[in-house]
Write a new protein. Structure first.
Length: 604
């Protein structure tokens, strides 16, 4: 591999007479602003990538569980009541064994109030660690701070891309992210850190082997594709000729983990039979291409599949090239990149085997963006040593030539990923929809009104949602641990003379009759110059509580039409069957006194 710029300059200076070294030093100083500018530019890109991911998480945050998370609350309840068994942690979830995820679910509810903030923070931290693991091997290629910062910025922008918004906003996805973290880390250790037995003493490098086995095992018990870590790391060990004992021990460990995973495993009802998928290789190929071409999704389905197919060809060539490098020290970065890309490619194939029947569109789910990111970033890192050895880009700085190959290579990657991140950033309306999708289910539950549409927005089993909400309420967890439900609990049960209160500004948009009550939606504002609460009281003419409401729906139309109105002035409220509800009462922000009332007949 070509020597670095700094090494070239050092050898050039050493060959010069002492009297001629001063001009060389002056020229070297003149190139420093260029290097500083590169570090600053890449640092800004890194900050932008982190900021976009943080914005997506903050803008969409809700303490209300969503979809699979409701199922997993059974294990949390068992753990908090002292009835959890190892079998509960090991139990199959779809085709996965999510033991490590379940431990983190329990930790969130046991130690952090079930607000899901711990899980979201873990997703962010795990994604950041994955980016660092992906970028680190590239530091040895050009050995320049600017280039290293550029690789890190590209990896962060790829792994934390808003294109994977499901992974950023849905706490259940912690296992999805950590599978790639553990798998890529195992690849990094086996490719770059594990010492061969042929070194002096011929001993097994127990620390390196133990770390590889532990990380591959963690990947196995995070998601189903974690099983694919084993053939990848064993292949790397064979290519590096690490030694028969180390390779045999890793193989035995992999077989043991696979056996424990597959023991009492059962096919998932509703998923595509593997035999059917194998019988349709062209459809499989299109699915895999769409999965891996996810970064090009903004260009359309055809472009996405073309990009994905091209990536597969490059990956196969890189894997073949890495295998030939064997024990060449400089080939470890290539081997790491090829291994990371191979794991992502194998994950795409495994996903296609079980989900091909759902159609190509399912391969475009945002949750798979992280797999595609690992694939392309693995290629980026794996190709870096090849580019460094065959390409040289020189620019004039301070009257002398300066090698900026690494900087240019990293800059192209950063520019592409930042462009993808900006283009795929969900709209504020979409993020607000994620934030509020569980609000109606909580308000209906606390109002003692059954609204199937509200529960189906968070989980298809209404009975499970009702039972879990009752448990969360009893334990003071989730929405009752400082969230919207805790606010609703503080709403007074009686309002004196609601008809005599000052009228609220607002409008009743719709009233839906339900089996045991009705759902009311619209918008509401406190009188001018006053701030209102997020909670509403639904009362009859005597002031007795008939239900509850929440003011948190995004209404940009109201904000544009009404002077002084914010955007989140829309509400959803419920009233129980019985004595007719007559007013929506808005309180001050502390819920200590009523400010105004909106008649349920329409506008005040």
């Amino acid at each position: 591999m070509r020597s670095t710029t700094d090494e070239t300059l050092a050898s050039a200076e050493a060959s010069q007479p002492t009297s001629s070294r001063w001009p060389q030093a002056v020229e070297l100083v003149r190139t420093q602003p260029v290097r500083t500018a590169a570090v600053a530019g890449f640092s800004l890109a890194l900050a932008l990538a982190l900021s976009l991911a943080a914005y997506v998480q903050v803008a969409s945050y809700s303490p209300v569980p969503f979809w699979d998370m409701w199922d997993e609350l059974r294990g949390v309840q068992a753990a908090l009541s002292g009835q959890l068994t190892i079998g509960d942690l090991w139990a199959q979830h779809n085709e996965h064994r999510i033991l490590l995820s379940r431990i983190q679910f329990i930790a969130d509810y046991a130690f952090f109030g079930g607000r899901l903030l711990f899980l979201l923070a873990s997703i962010f931290a795990s994604s950041l660690l994955l980016a660092i693991v992906l970028a680190s091997p590239a530091r040895s290629v050009w050995r320049e701070q600017g280039t290293a910062t550029g690789f890190l910025a590209a990896c962060v922008a790829g792994v934390l891309s808003p294109a994977g918004w499901e992974n950023l906003t849905w706490p259940f996805q912690i296992g999805f992210v950590q599978t790639y973290l553990f798998a890529v880390s195992a690849v990094a250790v086996s490719a770059c850190r594990l010492r061969p037995e042929t070194r002096p003493g011929g001993k097994v490098h127990w620390a390196g082997l133990g770390a590889t086995v532990a990380l591959a095992g963690a990947a196995t018990y995070s998601m189903a594709n974690g099983l694919l870590t084993w053939p990848v790391v064993i292949g790397i060990m064979l290519a590096r000729r690490v030694g028969p004992r180390s390779t045999a021990l890793a193989t035995i460990a992999g077989a043991a983990f696979a056996a424990s995973y597959l023991w009492r495993y059962h096919p998932v009802a509703g998923h595509t039979p593997y035999t059917w998928s194998v019988e349709h290789p062209l459809a499989m190929g299109r699915y895999v291409a769409a999965f891996l071409g996810h970064p090009a999704s903004i260009l359309g389905s055809t472009a996405e599949q073309v990009v994905g197919a091209a990536g597969v060809l490059v990956a196969l060539a890189l894997i073949a090239h890495a295998a030939r490098l064997g024990r060449v020290p400089n080939g470890r970065v290539v081997l790491f990149g090829a291994g990371a890309a191979a794991f992502a490619l194998a994950s795409a194939i495994e996903t296609a085997l079980g989900r091909l029947g759902f159609g190509i569109g399912q391969a475009l789910s945002s949750r798979y963006a992280i797999g595609a990111a690992v694939f392309w970033l693995g290629l980026l890192v794996g190709l870096a040593p090849i580019a460094a050895g065959r390409v040289r880009i020189l620019v004039r700085a301070g009257g002398r030539a300066m090698d900026v190959t690494g900087t240019a290579f990293a800059a192209c990657a950063v520019a592409l990923w930042i462009a993808i991140d900006v283009a795929s950033l969900p709209s504020a309306t979409a993020l607000d929809g994620i934030k509020t999708r569980g609000d109606a289910a909580v308000v209906a539950f606390m109002s003692r009104v059954d609204d199937p549409s509200a529960t189906e927005a968070v989980f298809p089993d209404a009975a499970t949602v009702a039972a879990d909400l009752a448990w969360l309420r009893r334990e003071g967890l989730g929405p009752w641990s400082g969230g919207l439900a805790r606010t609703l609990e503080r709403v007074p049960g009686h309002v004196a003379s609601p008809g005599g209160l000052e009228p609220c500004r607002g409008w009743i948009d719709a009233t839906t009759t339900l089996s045991d009550g009705r759902k009311i939606s619209g918008w509401i504002l406190a009188p001018p110059g006053r701030a209102g609460s997020a909670a509403l009281d639904v009362v009859d003419r005597s002031g007795e509580q008939k239900g509850l409401g929440l003011v948190d729906v995004n209404r940009p139309d109201v904000a544009a039409a009404v002077s002084g109105a914010g955007s989140h002035v829309g509400f959803v409220a419920y009233a129980r069957t019985g004595r007719e509800a007559a007013f929506l009462v808005l309180f001050d922000p502390w819920l200590t006194r009523p400010l105004c009332a909106l008649p349920l007949s329409g506008k005040a």
